[in-house]
Ligand binder design. Structure first.
Ligand code: ZN
Length: 677
């Protein structure tokens, strides 16, 4: 249920990462020079995203976004310190060297093996990971420059860094993992994360949480906003709030929230901001619950935001929230698309290929909100989720609901940035199919996701006595396949053209090719040689593609060989649709009847195993393209525009800031915490 990448987003991310069109002119968008690609180093690529529609917002909304954006950036140091207590000292030392005259004299962008160049690369990596551990694998990465060189560079920059910190940077044995996951070790002692003070054991922390657990009907999330430390043998809680831990940063956040308050769009939103200010000031968890409830109830404001200690994945015990921030506003055009699908949910249900006895008499479509991100901060930056689903407290979700959004402009930036990277040329069979992918690929992707989310999951009914649990460990794969097939079946329906969701009757073919290619071949780039497919969405996609491939009695789909390479070839798109419909009918039956044996058979036959030769070939072709598997972003820059009397007349947005410039500016203007907290 947690935030980050909910199911649609996983689908989208996987397809966007693996599928691309082949447009060459991505530099020019809306008559403004705009490059999605910013920088690339190690396994990371930095992109830029567009905030489409910002200019059309009201001055009030723009100012609200401006102040909320400030609040989003002001907590940056908190995340560094949460990730590891040495991070701030290391980042500051690196930046001091980087900005020193002696370093600048040494630096030569052409000499990629020089110590100075390697330090820049390391610093870029530290910024990307908000610390010295890889943002995804959580392993510590080591500098490629020598300790001797760095110590000399520090001396020349007249910057003092303790030996203890240098040891952490250079000794591979120290602080190896940001978060340990292995069984049988003390998770706190073996994690570099700073959610617990030195000397506290896992057993002690668990005992403390157990003793302080709130068992009331509306429980407080004890430990969400604190670090546990041991003082004179006793466990104490250091709470994150103004006057407590991370005070200097939270004071700034509160000041910006106060400024934002003046521009709140609705009474509901005003309450959200007021509660968040109070929570930051006191650290009181009842106030946090009130804030969450107010946030869920604020449905009419165009602008929305997250700011604070939110997701608990990074705490090895899963209790304490990591600081994150994002400001966004509703994308009315894309939300209209999901509303249209939702309004027609009954029509889709009535016309699907499933047996009438498994159809719902009354379907309630889900209207997902599509948003445009305006700024990313904390744990949403530079690497970011493309969907949000909050709050995390189950009792609030149950009683007051939750908000689920997909972030369109970030997904589109992934798509656009991937164009021209060689992927389509390598894996799509011919020019005609490539051109169709370029023209309609993103559109089909969005639409398939919307159909999956807004109609697919909500369709169909279970027979009396059957629950979702009947399918046990195969339940989520089958459920995702059901929603995917529902979307695929309707992607080709003339109804979508009629509703204005697709421009013509052939556009869907781009979506069909992409789904089949991904499910049968290209998603395998995420699997290590010799491994099975484990993740539910990946299984679902292979299940569909492989089943259809195996059942293509009239060669509707085949794998063709050209010059020793294998390609997906679709000979009959309408026949392919019939096959999707057939499988949808069966999977709905399996779901409605709770037929575990059939679910197991489907998953084990089609979804899990990988053809080792094809896998090896795909990996070899993919690796040659030299693509960075992890992406992150730079933010746009917002500036208040004032008249000569000092009145704000507009908020401008600028996209020209580079990756290094941005981080140096953030470290200069938004760094409030001391080295040691
Ligand atoms: Zn789903």
């Amino acid at each position: 249920m947690r935030k980050t990448i909910f199911c649609a987003a996983v689908l989208l991310l996987a397809t966007t990462a693996i599928f691309t069109g082949c447009k060459k002119d991505q530099q020019t968008v809306n008559n403004q020079n705009f490059s999605y690609n910013v920088d690339k180093f190690y396994d990371l690529e930095v992109l830029r995203y567009r905030v489409e529609g910002f200019e059309q917002l009201t001055l009030q909304q723009k100012q609200l976004i401006y102040h909320l954006s400030e609040a989003a950036l002001q907590g940056r140091d908190i995340l560094y310190d949460q990730n590891c207590r040495y991070n701030l000292r290391i980042r500051r030392a690196l930046e001091a060297v980087y900005l020193s005259d002696s370093y600048k004299q040494q630096y030569n962008a052409e000499d990629k093996e020089s110590q100075a160049y390697l330090m820049e690369k390391y610093l870029k990596r530290v910024w990307f990971s908000n610390g010295i551990h890889h943002h995804y694998s959580e392993d510590k990465f080591l500098p490629e420059f020598t300790r001797e060189w760095f110590e000399q560079a520090l001396t020349e920059a007249q910057y003092n860094l303790e030996k203890e910190v240098l040891d952490v940077m250079f000794d591979p044995a120290l602080m190896q993992k940001r978060m340990a996951q292995a069984d049988g070790v003390d998770l706190i002692a073996s994690s570099a994360g700073n959610y617990y003070g030195e000397g506290i054991t896992q057993a002690e922390a668990e005992a403390w949480y157990a003793a302080h657990k709130d068992t009331s009907a509306e429980p407080k999330w004890i430990g969400l906003n604190s670090q546990l430390v041991k003082v004179n043998g006793e466990i104490q809680e250091r709470v994150y709030h103004v006057g407590g831990l991370y005070s200097a940063a939270l004071e700034q956040v509160v000041e910006s929230l106060k400024k934002a308050l003046a521009f709140a769009e609705t009474e509901e939103q005003k309450l959200v901001i007021e509660k968040l200010i109070a929570y930051n000031q006191t650290g009181d968890l009842d106030t946090f619950n009130q804030y969450c409830i107010a946030w869920v109830r604020d449905l009419n404001s165009r602008v929305d935001f997250v700011n604070g200690f939110t997701e608990t994945y990074a705490d090895p015990l899963g209790i304490t929230g990591t600081w994150e921030a994002m400001v966004n506003f509703k994308n009315t055009e894309s939300t209209h698309r999901t509303e249209l699908i939702s309004q027609n949910a009954q029509w889709f249900e009535d016309h699907s290929t499933t047996d009438p006895k498994y159809k719902k008499e009354e379907v309630k479509g889900v209207s997902a909100k599509v948003i445009t991100a305006a700024i990313l901060g904390g744990d949403c930056y530079p690497a970011t989720p493309i969907g949000i689903n909050l709050p995390n407290a189950n009792w609030i979700r149950k009683e007051y609901g939750s908000k689920s959004v997909s972030i369109d402009n970030l997904s589109h930036a992934y798509d656009e940035a991937a164009k021209g990277n060689g992927f389509a040329e390598e894996f799509i069979i011919d020019e005609e199919t490539r051109q169709r992918a370029e023209q309609y690929g993103t559109m089909c992707n969005d639409l398939h996701t919307d159909l999956h989310e807004c109609a697919g999951h909500g369709s169909g009914k279970l027979m009396p006595g059957v629950t979702k649990e009947n399918l046990k460990e195969h339940g989520s794969c089958i459920e995702e396949a059901r929603a995917d097939l529902f979307g695929l079946y309707y992607l080709a329906d003339p109804k979508l053209v009629e509703l204005g969701l697709l421009p013509n009757k052939d556009a869907y073919k781009a979506g069909y090719y992409q789904q089949m290619m991904n499910g049968l071949m290209t998603q395998l780039v995420r699997i290590e040689p010799g491994k099975d497919i484990e993740e539910a969405h990946m299984r679902d996609r292979q299940l569909i593609a492989n089943w259809v491939y195996q059942h293509a009695a009239n060669k509707e789909v085949e794998i063709a060989e050209r010059d020793g390479k294998h390609y997906l070839q679709i000979n009959d798109y309408e026949g392919l649709r019939r096959l999707f419909g057939e499988l949808l009918r069966e999977i709905q039956r399996v779901t409605s009847e709770g037929d575990y044996a059939a679910a197991k058979e489907l998953v084990e036959t089609y979804a899990v195993k990988v053809n080792p030769e094809l896998h090896a070939e795909i990996l070899a072709r993919y690796n040659k393209l030299n693509l960075a598997p992890y992406k992150g972003f730079v933010n746009p820059v917002y500036t208040l525009v004032k008249d000569e009397d000092g009145n704000v007349t507009d908020v401008s947005i600028d996209y020209t800031e580079g990756y290094i410039e941005q981080h140096l500016r953030y470290s200069r203007d938004y760094s409030f915490l001391p080295d040691v907290n």
